[in-house]
Design a protein. Structure first.
Length: 399
């Protein structure tokens, strides 16, 4: 079972907000013992990032944002800027396998908690630093947030409605996609480092930068630019390399048409009762459809409102034409396939009771026949001091 694959691995989570906690939640879901080091007066900033909140019987509050990325961890508070706090943390580090932190570059070195110092204490330690810009370079000292990197990394330059259209302008994604992807890259790096440690007996240092991840996320858009020298442009809901591959308005709502090859386009034309379109030289191949997209879009924009969304979707399913709905969260969690995959799991918290969260997508094989999910059964309680009167150090979070 994947949810037991990291049993015996001890992780210290010195990160806050989203990128680092997303990584350490993955490790917890895979069976690692994760200890989250928090501010003794308030803890992780995201505990207060609401509404919405869940509330305990005695009035304690916990934000939904915090719940999304801190499943399966035990929480303590240590002021490692103070000698007694630093000693307590180092005692934990001696026995740890992984440390994840997201402090500004150089911050932890001033307290003897950088990798070079801790490697002497624990040579098997896998040490992950998550920062905005990396550990070196002209911008290494700057703080960074997901929104900044969506713009700086290029994503927003081609996301949004094109000029001349209503609502034209750059647009960010609806979730912190750079933070989340950084957490996933960090997870992969940790697993690879642990695997390598089995052969070498040595830990290592991992430097993960949100800027690097933001640039990598451009994927085919970056490849398109590097191959052509042309900047990708905002194209609304259209795809830069496939057509028709966008949102269309039906008589009673919208759907996504996702044509990925010429045979799918021909089947679509048959469903639409427009078979001649598949033999039109302007639209016979994907390349031709991209070159003539304005003309194709105009035809389809007039065509879709003639039928209801359910009529189109039923016909598409019968013919094997790829399409999809645009669901609200309510519709997502009531979807039959989502329910079949048992994506929602209920965790028990000693103060907040039953809390519903989203199952880790890696753990489908840990869902038993009763619908229970093999994942850590708790969320961190409000941070409790490991030693009396300890306060958080002065350095702030990076992401």
């Amino acid at each position: 079972m994947l949810n037991q694959s990291l049993q015996g691995i001890k992780v210290l989570d010195l990160s806050r907000i989203l990128a680092g906690p997303w990584c350490t939640q993955n490790l917890a879901d895979l069976g690692a013992e994760v200890t989250k080091i928090e501010h003794p007066r308030g803890g992780d900033d995201t505990r207060g990032w609401g509404p919405p909140y869940v509330e305990s019987a005695d009035g304690e509050r916990l934000s939904a944002y915090f719940i999304c990325c801190n499943r399966g961890k035990t929480s303590v508070a240590i002021d490692f800027a103070q000698p007694e706090g630093r000693a307590a943390l180092k005692a934990m580090i001696r026995d740890a396998d992984v440390l994840v932190e997201n402090y500004k570059a150089g911050s932890l070195a001033r307290q003897g908690l950088d990798y070079a110092s801790l490697r002497e204490l624990n040579p098997r330690l896998v040490y992950v630093s998550i920062t905005g810009f990396g550990q070196s370079g002209p911008m290494a000292s700057k703080p960074g947030y997901d929104y900044v990197f969506q713009g700086m990394g290029g994503l927003m330059s081609y996301t949004g409605q094109p000029d001349g259209m209503p609502g034209a302008g750059p647009l960010r994604t609806g979730v912190a996609v750079v933070d989340l992807s950084t957490g996933m890259y960090a997870t992969s790096a940790v697993l690879a480092a642990l695997f390598q440690r089995e052969r070498t007996g040595q830990g290592q240092y991992i430097d993960i930068a949100l800027l690097d991840v933001a640039v990598a996320l451009n994927a085919n858009q970056a490849a398109n630019y590097l191959a052509s020298g042309r900047n990708p442009q905002r194209s609304g809901n259209a795809h830069p390399n496939c057509a028709p591959y966008e949102v269309f308005a039906c008589a009673d709502g919208h759907l996504i048409l996702a044509i990925g090859n010429d045979s799918q386009f021909r089947r679509f034309c048959e469903v639409a009762e427009q078979p001649a379109l598949a033999d039109d030289a302007r639209f016979m191949t994907n390349s031709a459809r991209i070159e003539n997209l304005p003309a194709l879009r105009a035809l389809l924009t007039d065509l879709f409102p003639k039928r209801s969304r359910s009529s189109w979707s039923t016909a598409f399913d019968t013919a094997g034409v790829p399409w999809g709905p645009i669901n609200t969260m309510e519709e997502v969690f009531s979807d039959a396939q989502v329910q079949h995959r048992r994506i929602v799991q209920t965790l028990d918290h000693p103060e907040f009771g039953a809390l519903r969260t989203v199952r880790n997508p890696m753990l489908w094989n840990c869902v038993d026949q009763l619908g229970a999910v093999g994942a850590p059964p708790s969320l961190p309680q409000p941070a409790s001091p490991m030693t009396p009167n300890l306060e958080h150090g002065a350095s702030g979070p990076q992401d």
